[in-house]
Write a protein that binds this ligand. Structure first.
Ligand code: NAP
Length: 282
């Protein structure tokens, strides 16, 4: 039997806890935690993600604001927007939705965000803190993945973990978090020569490649836990990077797509916002 890890249910539980924390913070300091999302350009996927984030924030009692800017916005104008949000007392955390319109330097924009307001946990200072193992806001999706592994009661100490994908927002930070929890981590990417063999050795598989059904069911070691981060639109349906049907019966536990990692990413953004508000109040 394979457990389907209910990310939607876990995220709902975390959001309920955050609702209480939000109410406490609001009562203590007389205003709610504030989250801003800067959306530059007209990427339809980004518009949906931003809408979902703002809605989820409002539901837990966070004051949320979407700052919309056209695709014609210049880099200098966007940096000036970031400076303004950095200075706003009502905003405790924010993010600039990626990807940015062509020609913009996302790294320069991320570096401009005040580290203490870094909702996504991807400012270089916070990534450095993650690498050093000291407290700081952690990137949302990796934080959500670790929560899902704990929820599925996956033993990480001494486990062999394979991470497929080496992006800054998922692959690299999740590998660090897994090492922090004493897993032995192998990073795979598009030049990895025998992905099937790497996966077959793993007790924990995290896949963030953006390639529909890249990981085949028969590759998975019986009893492994599989976290599928991929969100791919195929024939009007969302599918992950793992052949879900093939993994059923082999994996001990697996996240579905949708309803696995996605809701947890949003819940962790809300958690980072509430934490930032709480730290500022102190
Ligand atoms: P990304 O920046 O798109 O990079 C993809 C990574 O996968 C790269 O490191 C690439 O290797 C690797 N890769 C591509 N094809 C591969 C192959 N055939 N074999 C092995 N590795 C391969 O990654 P991302 O931004 O982390 O996104 C990955 C996926 O996760 C996307 O579907 C995205 O939509 C999804 N995502 C979901 C959430 C969520 O909350 N549910 C959050 C973030 C991302 P190279 O480095 O060699 O190019």
């Amino acid at each position: 039997m394979t457990d389907i890890i209910d990310g939607k249910g876990l995220a709902a539980r975390i959001r309920r806890e955050l609702t209480q924390e939000c109410a406490d913070i609001t009562a203590r300091r007389g205003r709610p935690p504030g989250l801003a999302v800067v959306l530059c350009g007209d990427d339809p996927g980004s518009a949906t993600y931003v809408r979902n984030k703002a809605k989820a924030a409002t539901e837990v009692g966070i004051l949320s604001e979407v700052i919309r800017r056209p695709a014609t916005h210049s880099q200098a104008e966007l940096l000036a927007d970031v400076d303004q949000v950095n200075a706003r007392p009502d905003i405790d955390a924010f993010l600039v939705q990626l990807p940015l319109p062509a020609g913009m330097d996302a790294n320069a924009v991320i570096e401009r965000i005040a580290p203490e307001k870094d909702g996504d946990g991807i400012h270089p200072l916070n990534l450095g803190r993650l690498m050093m193992g000291v407290p700081g806001p952690r990137p949302c999706t990796p934080q959500g993945i670790l929560a899902l592994l704990d929820y599925a009661c996956t033993e990480l100490k001494g486990a062999r973990a394979v991470v497929i994908g080496r992006s800054l927002i998922v692959g690299k930070p999740v590998a660090l978090l897994l090492q922090e929890r004493h897993a032995t981590v192998t990073m795979c990417h598009s030049r990895t020569t025998n992905l099937a063999d790497e996966v077959a050795r793993a007790d924990v598989v995290v896949v963030a490649a953006g390639k529909p059904r890249l990981v085949r069911g028969e590759w998975i070691k019986p009893g492994a836990t599989v976290i599928d981060v991929g969100t791919n639109r195929v024939n009007d349906k969302w599918v992950g990077d793992v052949d879900f049907d093939g993994a059923i019966g082999r994996a001990q536990a697996i996240t579905p797509v949708p309803g696995g990692v996605g809701p947890m990413t949003i819940a962790m953004l809300l958690a980072n916002t509430v934490r930032a508000a709480s730290l500022r109040h102190r």
